[in-house]
Design a protein around this ligand. Structure first.
Ligand SMILES: Nc1ncnc2c1ncn2[C@@H]1O[C@H](COP(=O)(O)OP(=O)(O)OP(=O)(O)O)[C@@H](O)[C@H]1O
Ligand SMILES: [Mg+2]
Length: 289
């Protein structure tokens, strides 16, 4: 089972867009069984596929909707509040993924309050604890046998949730906008990748899929920074050969009830779809090689 993780501690660079595009591509186009996991308390990845609700006890926090399998009259569900989030694994609770509107693609949404709580319990031990729970979950036979790939969306942070997602990953990708701060984020993520790589056995390497230019505009700033990166002696070879442009279709896909629901349902002559397909083809070659 592959574990694919987009990371960049700079916000708004396209981590969630990359998670969604590749999860949809792998399930819809490649017929792979996909589990999406939302490790970001902002819950943007979850909101894209589920009608997330505002948690009354944490007004700024999102929580998952009532699960369609929940039956309040059943004895079996007596100890369950009917909502299932990946954060449950940090509280010794079971998780039940939700089906998305795409066949073969299930998701374990975030729960803002619980994810934040999980990161706050005893800071020094927290990375070990979060990672331990996560790796226990990912190695469960029912998870290993049910999915070909897990896509973990991460927060704009280098905190314990992001670090444990990187530790659990088989493949990492770094989306970035061609601007100074996001590129600083790329350097930070490269350091995390190198640090993690030195702790791994060869047979269990953390593969860097590459650096994905996103929201690319044909301005001199973007073009110049892109050229500089391509020529960079250590980073140049990691720049993916495909670019995702700054296109309204990608932003619209993130709004409630987009039409069509997936970029991959657009006509073949749509430029945004063509860019998404090209990028996902390259990613898939590297992930499923
Ligand atoms: N290629 C693109 N063209 C236009 N808009 C885009 C593109 N990629 C992403 N967006 C939009 O830009 C915003 C930020 O993208 P996204 O949510 O994927 O970034 P992120 O790195 O996950 O952000 P955060 O760090 O807050 O989690 C979103 O509103 C998204 O819809
Ligand atoms: Mg995001």
């Amino acid at each position: 089972m592959k574990v694919f993780v987009p990371t960049n501690n700079k916000g708004g660079v396209g981590k969630t867009n990359t998670s969604a595009l590749f999860a949809e591509y792998a399930s819809k186009i490649l017929n792979k069984k996909v589990l999406g996991i939302d490790f970001d308390p902002q819950c943007n990845f979850s909101q894209r596929y589920l009608a997330m609700e505002v948690d009354p006890s944490a007004p700024e926090g999102w929580m998952p909707p009532i699960h369609p399998d929940y039956d309040p009259t059943s004895k079996e569900d007596a100890d369950w509040d009917g909502r299932s989030s990946i954060a449950n694994i940090f509280f010794g609770e079971e998780v039940i993924p939700y089906q998305t509107y795409i066949e073969n693609f299930e998701i374990l949404p975030g729960n803002a309050d619980k994810l934040l709580q999980a990161e706050q319990i005893r800071k020094t031990e927290v990375l070990e604890k979060i990672y331990k729970r996560m790796s226990e979950f990912l190695t469960l036979p029912e998870v290993q046998n049910s999915y070909d790939i897990v896509v973990i969306d991460t927060a704009p942070s280098k905190g314990p949730l992001t670090r444990s997602a990187i530790r659990a990953a088989t493949h990492m990708i770094i989306p970035t906008v061609m601007e100074d701060k996001p590129i600083q984020g790329v350097y930070g993520m490269m350091q995390l990748w190198l640090a993690e790589s030195t702790t791994r056995e060869k047979s269990n390497a953390l593969n860097l899929v590459g650096i994905l230019p996103n929201m690319f505009k044909k301005t001199s700033l973007h073009s110049q920074l892109y050229e500089n990166l391509l020529e960079h002696e250590s980073l140049g070879k990691f720049i993916l050969p495909t670019i995702i442009g700054n296109r309204v279709v990608f932003a619209e896909a993130d709004s409630p009830n987009p039409n069509p629901r997936s970029i991959f349902d657009l006509p073949d002559n749509n430029v945004a779809k063509q860019e998404a397909v090209s990028a996902c083809e390259v990613i898939a070659e590297r992930v499923f090689a």
